[in-house]
Write a protein that binds this ligand. Structure first.
Ligand SMILES: C[S@@+](CC[C@H](N)C(=O)[O-])C[C@H]1O[C@@H](n2cnc3c(N)ncnc32)[C@H](O)[C@@H]1O
Length: 526
């Protein structure tokens, strides 16, 4: 049903994002406590839509038996929305406990501003779910966070008030229910009855009628909602699950390829590890012996892909034989390493958690790894201990580099950025960025780059990288450096089809390279 006519002036995710941020701030200001007393759904919802108690009990029993309509095929993604959450998206009988885990993960993400994956890990750790229920809880929690703007828009079509005016826990129960209806291939009855039960357990009986009414109305109307035309930014934002400003930035950057980049950002990539030099095949064999489906990476000779694995639980990472790292990051280190003499003195001023700095050490360079945040430097110290490598650590602000000018042969500026190239692994990140962020971060990136150029002598090398693709943080920063700093661009190694607007710089894309959307450029001081 792609291309459903654009009608009406529904709210768009960009606006929702701001409202949500405001709402989160309000919630925090209230000490993160849920407000008392869910409001009633509108009269229309109350009049005819509430389930009878016995009916709800029957449906609940059916859910616990299987949650799938007798003879019913899974519902497919509708209204041009691609149902591709990447995790197992069907409930296949998962009951309330899996949904409770998802709700608790959302609560941590919204109330405490936790990242989605650790929030989910914590919630999973408190429950005892079998593998199938874990998979459902994971898909439900992470894809609900990912598609929050679309779910809020859809709920807004059947609500009589702003979604922000709903008590936070009830709002999250509604979002989870809406995801099951719209994306999860869960029959509406099962989605509604399990949501009602969840609301009863986690919020109180006062919320059940409201949840029941809203989700039943949504289930009836989802196919007929006035989805805007996906060839327009607002429709594309709803169809792909991004804030509108991110969609506009992607269209500005990738033109007709924007949708493909955005959709690839919705497919969780699984774990990628970096083996020690020369030890890739041994690592693959070790992981396979442990029953995992490990395979060599596609872009880098040290990369090993381990779909479905939690890298923190692997003996190889715990014992320092492997480091969790995306292949795109390995290519950044390659691009710099290719320009360096053996045993070069390298500064990484934004180095935590130490992925690239440790890679440079293992390639034989003498590295100073600094970061502005002491806690993150401590994380690097842990990594150094696990890997048993020699890496000098420092807490320092990279914009006011404490090292004398020209002290290093090379600097790798892996700058803080919007991170939009990593949304595959951080589903909620897109909702935590604002339209002003690329510009604000570009200022910091320029300051870091200027300090880096001062830290190398004439002929020294500076590699600039960011895990994003916005023009402001990539080509425009490099254009500024070429105009204002004593540097010239040196062609960087990368996949042949990954050239950025500046010939010689590299822009990786999740859709074309199945990697983080990383950008890098190599500069030489004149
Ligand atoms: C993209 S991460 C670096 C990732 C790291 N290079 C790696 O490969 O593991 C950016 C880092 O910059 C740090 N940072 C932010 N502002 C900084 C500043 N002004 N000076 C130094 N570090 C900064 C952040 O704490 C963060 O750890």
């Amino acid at each position: 049903m792609a291309g459903r006519a654009a009608q009406g002036p529904p709210g768009h995710p960009g606006r929702c994002a701001h409202r949500r941020r405001d709402a989160r701030a309000r919630d925090r200001a209230r000490g993160g406590r849920a407000r008392r007393g869910a409001r009633r759904p509108d009269r229309r919802l109350r009049r005819g839509d509430g389930p009878t108690r016995r009916g709800a009990a029957r449906r609940q029993a059916a859910d616990e038996r299987g949650g799938v309509r007798a003879g019913g095929a899974p519902r497919r993604g509708r209204a041009g929305l691609v149902s591709r959450p990447g995790e197992d998206a069907t409930d296949r009988g998962a009951g309330v406990p899996a949904r409770r885990v998802a709700l608790r993960a959302l609560r941590r993400a919204h109330r405490d501003d936790a990242w989605g994956s650790p929030a989910l890990d914590a919630a999973l750790g408190e429950a005892q779910l079998d593998a199938r229920d874990r998979a459902f809880a994971t898909a439900l929690a992470l894809d609900t966070l990912r598609r929050e703007g679309t779910l809020d828009w859809a709920l807004g079509q059947v609500l009589d008030r702003s979604i922000d005016d709903i008590e936070p826990d009830v709002r999250d129960v509604l979002r989870l229910g809406a995801w099951q209806i719209g994306y999860g291939r869960v029959p509406t009855r099962a989605a509604v009855s399990t949501s009602v039960e969840l609301a009863r357990e986690e919020v109180g009986a006062r919320a059940t009628g409201f949840v029941n009414g809203v989700l039943r109305a949504l289930g009836r109307r989802w196919d007929e909602l006035p989805w805007p035309d996906p060839s327009e930014p607002e429709g594309l934002a709803l169809a792909t699950g991004y804030p509108r400003w991110v969609v506009e930035a992607a269209v500005a950057r990738f033109g007709a390829g924007a949708r493909s980049v955005l959709e690839a950002g919705n497919a969780p990539p699984g774990a990628t590890l970096r083996a020690r030099p020369g030890a890739r095949d041994a690592l693959v064999a070790e992981l396979r012996d442990a029953g995992l489906s490990a395979e060599p990476g596609r872009l880098h000779e040290l990369a090993v892909r381990v779909p479905g694995a939690d890298p923190r639980r692997l003996a190889a990472t715990r014992e320092g034989r492997a480091v969790t790292q995306d292949e795109a990051s390995m290519l950044v280190v390659d691009a710099l390493d290719a320009r360096l003499d053996p045993h070069s003195r390298v500064l990484e001023p934004c180095a935590a958690p130490g992925g690239k700095a440790s890679d440079l050490v293992l390639r034989g360079h003498r590295v100073v790894a600094a970061d502005r945040h002491a806690g993150r430097v401590r994380e690097m110290a842990d990594l150094v201990g696990r890997l048993g490598i020699d890496l000098d650590l420092a807490v320092a602000d990279g914009t006011t580099s404490p090292w004398r000018d020209g002290a290093f042969d090379a600097v790798l500026v892996d700058a803080p950025c919007t991170g939009l190239g990593t949304v595959r692994r951080r589903p909620e990140l897109r909702w935590r960025r604002d339209p002003g962020d690329p510009g604000t971060l570009a200022e910091l990136q320029r300051a870091l780059l200027a300090a880096a150029v001062r830290s190398v002598p004439s002929g020294g090398t500076v590699c600039y990288s960011v895990c994003t693709w916005t023009a402001a943080e990539t080509d425009e920063v490099v254009a500024w450096a070429l105009a204002h700093l004593p540097v010239r661009l040196v062609p960087a190694d990368g996949p042949p089809d990954a050239e950025a607007a500046h010939a010689g710089a590299v822009q990786l894309r999740p859709d074309e390279h199945d990697s983080d959307g990383m950008y890098y450029a190599v500069l030489r001081r004149e």
